[in-house]
Design a protein around this ligand. Structure first.
Ligand code: PRP
Length: 554
């Protein structure tokens, strides 16, 4: 072993003492609720055939598994998902058992996730359930009721929100717009990010300007019956309308059970596994930056295992439940009643422009505070706290939920894997991300179809963007990562070209460089933490409205 004995692989960790005890207690509480509803515990193999997960999760998701082969060259995987293994058991071992089947489990899953700031774990302990062989509204209500009961038993119900959607709404829209697979994925990604401005632009190719605007506005919404009503005004294809009707019925059932205070509709929730076929739901709790649980109906999955039948399931992430319970036990609750918004702002050239825009939106910061060297200040109205951090750190604070919102350039978002909502393009801080080189650089020879077979040396502060750009073009490059003053690198012979931001173009010009290719346009984006968006909805939607109004002011 060449690594030091103290070194632990990234994304993995130990649990001990109070934390281990708390995890055990939470697991026991959740499993007791399942047991009371007639769910039988199932323990599935930790290692299984890789092909099983491809079949269950789809190729794209299964690729995140840790794969290896055994002595007989069978391709195996550390379980990246429990549902696939339960589905196989239902179709084989339990094929003759009376339906519906009710299973629950508490088990680790292992995934090689891209290194996002907040979702770094490669082993996640899940507690979850599967209800197989019933496709009724009663089965869906059963899953939602159990989710609510678990939150109640853990003492987390008052601080939680469960969002509802149906995958059929998105499917109906994509079908109606006759989107091919690539375009469909792009639409899905923009909806999931609530990137309303980008979505509106994107939809203009497929719908009228008014339809595009209305639909984009819809993905900013999250709320109760009024959100469903708004959706009905915008969505009118038959397939999606059927799904909206279904959600309305579901809402009535939840009302009868006095549960609606815990639920909301969120039509932007379209990410996740491709196997969902109807209801999907996510659980958010104040105190952690990520969703603590998710679930949905997957009526086509069992067919992949040879027995077509309906199913619905959901999981909670034990680490997140434990983090939020720990905060609750320590009395760390917010005292602001969900009203104060913490903002992470990028220090530097964007700062002044953004504060000016905020000032037009009615958010004023005193000169005394601004001229101080404090890194955290409050606006005059006491409703916004600003923290000033380096641009690349804005997504870190927001993804962890330390800041509810942030303002950051699109370039920074393209460079990180942060999982953030992007509801507003502030249309300020406009610049280009470009490949630039010294005058006389032979772009055709180096970057064209008949490219130089040698290695191109690229200096940049944006290694991910640069690698992706040249990778897509099939140009072999060595990326030289710098922290600033990138333009000097080709002048001194450190690199052949650079990938950098160009705003006025002065820095390039004064150093004898010129743009060779534009990779993307960048403007400042309002980014929001997913949990804050759900739990501070009113404050955030007011903020968005105020900024949008200010943008139109001279
Ligand atoms: C940015 C960028 C370019 C320059 C472009 O650098 O990396 O160097 O601005 O602006 P222009 O087109 O208006 O000349 P920044 O000022 O942030 O400093 P840095 O190079 O030290 O990071």
């Amino acid at each position: 072993m060449s690594e030091s004995v103290s070194q632990i692989p990234s994304g993995l960790r130990y649990y001990f003492g109070q934390e281990a005890k708390l995890r055990r207690e939470i697991e026991a509480t959740v499993m007791e609720v399942f047991d009371a509803h007639g769910y039988e515990e199932i323990a599935t193999p930790t290692i299984d055939y890789y092909a099983l997960f491809e079949r269950g999760m789809g190729r794209h998701e299964a690729e995140k598994a840790f794969k290896f082969s055994d002595a007989n060259a069978n391709l195996l995987a550390l379980r990246p998902d429990v549902t696939s293994t339960v589905a196989r058991a239902a179709a084989t071992i339990f094929s003759d058992a009376p339906r519906p089947l009710r299973f629950c489990y508490a088990a680790s899953v292992f995934r090689q996730t891209p290194a996002s700031h907040a979702q770094w774990r490669r082993e996640n302990f899940q507690v979850g359930s599967e209800l197989i062989g019933s496709n009724t509204i009663t089965a869906d209500i059963e899953s939602l009721t159990i989710t609510a009961e678990i939150l109640e038993k853990l003492g987390l119900k008052e601080r939680a929100c469960i969002t509802l959607n149906s995958s059929e709404i998105f499917n109906g829209i994509a079908e109606n717009l006759k989107l091919n697979e690539t375009v469909r994925q792009e639409l899905r990604m923009l909806m999931d990010l609530r990137a309303a401005d980008d979505l509106e632009k994107f939809l203009r190719d497929y719908a009228s300007a008014q339809e595009a605007e209305d639909f984009a506005e819809l993905v900013r919404l999250s709320g109760k019956e009024e959100t469903l009503k708004s959706a009905r005004k915008v969505i009118n294809n038959e397939r999606s309308v059927k799904a909206l009707d279904y959600l309305e019925n579901l809402w009535c059932e939840l009302e009868k059970k006095n549960l609606v205070s815990l639920f909301e509709f969120d039509f932007s929730d379209v990410a996740g596994l491709d196997y969902y076929t109807g209801l999907t739901f996510k659980t958010y709790i104040e105190g952690v930056g990520n969703r603590v649980g998710s679930g949905g109906r997957y009526d086509n999955l069992l067919e992949n295992f040879g027995k077509a039948e309906s199913a619905i399931g959901f999981v909670f992430d034990l680490d997140l439940l434990s983090a939020v319970s720990k905060k609750k036990n320590n009395g760390q609750q917010t005292t602001d009643n969900g009203q104060v918004l913490t903002f992470a702002l990028a220090k530097g050239r964007l700062q002044e422009t953004v504060l000016e825009l905020f000032s037009k939106s009615g958010i004023h910061v005193s000169d005394k505070e601004l001229n101080s060297r404090k890194l955290s200040i409050t606006d005059e109205g006491g409703l916004y706290r600003f923290i000033f951090v380096k641009p690349s750190d804005v997504p870190v604070y927001v993804e962890h939920g330390i800041a509810d919102c942030g303002v950051v350039g699109r370039d920074v978002l393209l460079e990180t894997n942060a999982d953030l909502l992007q509801p507003l393009d502030l249309k300020v801080g406009r610049c280009r991300i470009a490949v630039a080189a010294m005058h006389g650089f032979d772009a055709k020879k180096n970057l064209g179809a008949k490219k130089n077979l040698g290695m191109l040396h690229v200096a940049t502060k944006h290694p991910q963007i640069a690698a992706k750009h040249f990778g897509t073009k099939g140009v072999p490059v060595e990326i030289i990562q710098l922290s600033g003053s990138v333009e000097i690198a080709p002048v001194l012979g450190l690199a052949d070209c650079i990938v950098d931001l160009v705003e006025t173009g002065r820095t390039l010009e004064e150093n004898g460089l010129e743009i060779v290719e534009v990779i993307a346009e960048s403007t400042a984006r309002l980014v929001v933490n997913r949990v804050s968006y759900q739990l501070k909805t009113k404050a955030i939607s007011e903020l968005i409205t105020n900024i949008k109004t200010a943008e139109t002011r001279p």
